[in-house]
Write a protein that binds this ligand. Structure first.
Ligand SMILES: *Cc1c(COP(=O)(O)O)cnc(C)c1O
Length: 227
């Protein structure tokens, strides 16, 4: 399935109008598809798999900002740590600690988001509310981590059509984001990303305060995992 250029232009316009950053999720998609969006001006791309991301980083233009949006295993941090623009899915203090350690090793402060568990229907990765508060204390009050920069929160809603339930999940994440800003006082210029919304639910997410959306199938077509 080819890249939908019209969908891209529309989405770009929507994002510019709403002050939202668009991450084009290119997992499982070939370099030609990424090149095409690149030629239209897109620079931020999202990937879920370390090996695939490393290969694309080697092969594609160096000014692409690569966002890692998948579940990251500690033993694979080292492969993306030198270049990754933002790790969205930090879902435990243990993982944050491991990223911090890698950052020290290569002398780089690695930008991260904390992933919060908001979906009611499925079990997904992420901090629950209590864990998030504990993490925020360690990160922003005790300042335990010198080589990660925690720039905001990320969440995935349930895979459902019920608009009200989706809205409730996104609102929960937005209110946790506000709570962290007001209670733990991170640098407001740095802690300013709320990554929520995908192809099926981004409009609700943006209405609930998202300022970064991760869009795959609307741009690249349905994914085929058996390539
Ligand atoms: C695959 C993926 C997306 C994009 O999903 P689409 O429904 O294709 O837009 C967004 N966020 C995460 C975390 C993903 O894994």
């Amino acid at each position: 399935m080819p890249v939908d250029q019209d969908a891209y232009q529309q989405l770009k316009k929507y994002c510019d109008t709403n002050g939202v950053q668009l991450i084009a999720v290119s997992k499982t998609k070939p370099n030609e598809d990424i090149d095409l969006l690149y030629s239209l001006g897109q620079r931020a791309f999202g990937e879920n798999y370390v090996q695939e991301l490393s290969k694309k980083f080697e092969e594609l233009p160096k000014d692409i900002q690569w966002h890692f949006i998948g579940h990251l295993q500690s033993n694979k941090i080292k492969y993306i740590a030198p270049f990754v623009a933002l790790i969205h899915g930090v879902d435990s203090l243990k993982l944050l600690q491991a990223i911090d350690k890698e950052g020290k090793k290569i002398n780089r402060i690695i930008p991260c988001l904390l992933q919060v568990h908001i979906a009611k229907e499925e079990s997904k990765f992420g901090f629950d509310t209590d864990e998030l508060r504990i993490a925020a204390t360690q990160i922003f009050v005790e300042k335990k981590f010198s080589h990660v920069s925690v720039n905001g929160l990320m969440g995935m809603a349930s895979f459902i059509d019920d608009q009200q339930k989706l809205q409730a999940e996104f609102q929960k994440l937005k209110s946790l984001y506000e709570e962290i800003r007001s209670t733990y006082k991170p640098d407001a210029e740095t802690f300013n990303i709320l990554s929520m919304g995908m192809s099926s639910d981004y409009k609700i997410a943006v209405a609930c305060g998202s300022n970064m959306i991760r869009i795959g199938s609307t741009l690249f077509g349905a994914r085929n995992y058996n390539m």
